[in-house]
Ligand binder design. Structure first.
Ligand SMILES: Cc1cc2ncn([C@H]3O[C@H](COP(=O)(O)O)[C@@H](O)[C@H]3O)c2cc1C
Ligand SMILES: O=C(O)c1cccnc1
Length: 354
């Protein structure tokens, strides 16, 4: 995948019909707030009014290591990445608990973990591109061929989930140090340069002031090194991304191309959606933002995509957790458009233009 074709827009007539149905429900005009808007969006992406129940919701976690993690940009050691992949498989991570509570299927894929992960089911490593991606302030994250491979893998993963019945896809991340390349993707997507890194650098897992200063330095050096290449989204992934982030980009493009909506998570998920929109314009219309992360780059990317997050709980876990936490809101929106009586069912009590 280099520059993809634009993605067709969700079904506008269904959006109009859903808005009409919403306006006719036995509730005061506008009383359902964001839930009403969500129901309208779900009708548009499904091409159906009222929208179908979301019975098959799936999260894919893209895991990988990042060379920058050895340069003091995270509060935790890189060995945590492989250990957490094992924890997802065992069903014991934070996101597994939420997914269990909300009926979301979870898969974790190793795109670039710096460990062979022996003993895990072979599907986990089926799309592996390499062991660890390059330290972006010193070298490219990937070769051009690896970027293409990771993008294609992510796209294939989405296509398979859709063929297998997924009605809503969520994207999650695991990789110590990944808030640094993700912030770089956002900077590149917004046309920001080495002088603007304070706007995109956040504390990630909770780095102290010295860690934040190192992160800014790493980001500045990385953007400087990438130079003009940051103007091209695929080159951005090669220079500043990673195998796991590139796959997550391909996944969002693949879902949008297949006409299946995507519920986004925190910084990594949204940085990848921003990059997906650069590669395949129109992708963002198939996305909804699950939550707001405290990472400043996530807020900047959401604003660029025109997305307003559903939740703002101060969560900064990643893994897809903020997306999973928002699933009940999407199901609530479906229930309202399906199950609420119409004002007209109440009799002649309300003037039709009320
Ligand atoms: C135990 C643990 C579980 C996690 N689950 C997600 N992350 C999150 O934190 C990391 C990003 O933050 P930074 O860039 O500061 O390293 C990623 O692995 C992300 O998925 C975790 C981090 C840790 C330590
Ligand atoms: O925004 C996120 O998802 C996030 C923030 C900090 C650490 N891990 C993930």
């Amino acid at each position: 995948m280099t520059a993809s074709l634009p993605v067709p827009a969700p079904h506008a007539p269904s959006a109009r019909a859903a808005a009409e149905r919403l306006a006719g429900l036995a509730v005061p005009a506008g009383a359902l707030g964001r839930l009403g808007e969500l129901g309208t969006w779900l009708s548009a992406v499904q091409g159906q009014v009222p929208p179908r129940p979301l019975d098959d919701v799936r999260l894919v976690i893209f895991a990988g290591d990042h060379g920058v993690a050895r340069h003091g940009v995270s509060a935790y050691p890189p060995e945590i990445t492989a250990a957490m992949v094992r924890t997802f498989v065992a069903g014991r991570a934070g996101v597994n608990a939420l997914a269990g509570a909300h009926g979301v299927r979870v898969r974790v894929l190793d795109l670039g973990v710096d460990d062979d992960l022996d003993g895990l089911p072979p599907e986990v490593g089926e799309h592996k591109v390499r062991r660890g991606s390059g330290a972006i302030h010193l070298e490219d994250a990937l070769t051009a061929a690896e970027t293409a491979q990771a993008l294609a893998a992510g796209r294939r993963v989405a296509e398979r989930e859709v063929a297998d019945g997924a009605q809503l896809l969520l994207s999650g991340d695991m990789g110590i140090g990944n808030t640094t390349p993700a912030a770089a993707l956002v900077a590149a997507g917004l046309g920001l340069g080495a002088g603007d890194v304070a706007e995109v650098a956040g504390r990630g897992t909770g780095v102290d002031d010295a860690g934040l200063a190192r992160k800014r330095e790493v980001l500045g050096a990385a953007l400087e090194r990438a130079g003009e290449r940051a103007a091209d989204p695929v080159e951005t992934l090669t220079a500043l991304g990673s195998a796991d982030l590139a796959a997550s980009v391909g996944y969002v493009v693949g879902a949008a191309e297949a006409g299946v909506p995507v519920l986004l998570d925190g910084l990594m998920s949204v940085a990848c959606a921003l990059t997906a929109e650069r590669i395949a314009p129109g992708t963002a219309a198939w996305c909804v933002a699950g939550h707001r992360s405290p990472e400043p780059a996530q807020t900047l990317a959401l604003a660029r995509l025109g997305l307003d997050p559903l939740l703002d709980l101060g969560m900064r876990l990643g893994e897809g957790s903020g997306a999973v936490a928002a699933v009940p809101l999407l199901r609530s929106a479906v229930a309202l458009l399906n199950d609420v009586a119409l004002l007209s069912d109440l009799g002649d009590l309300v003037p039709t233009d009320a």
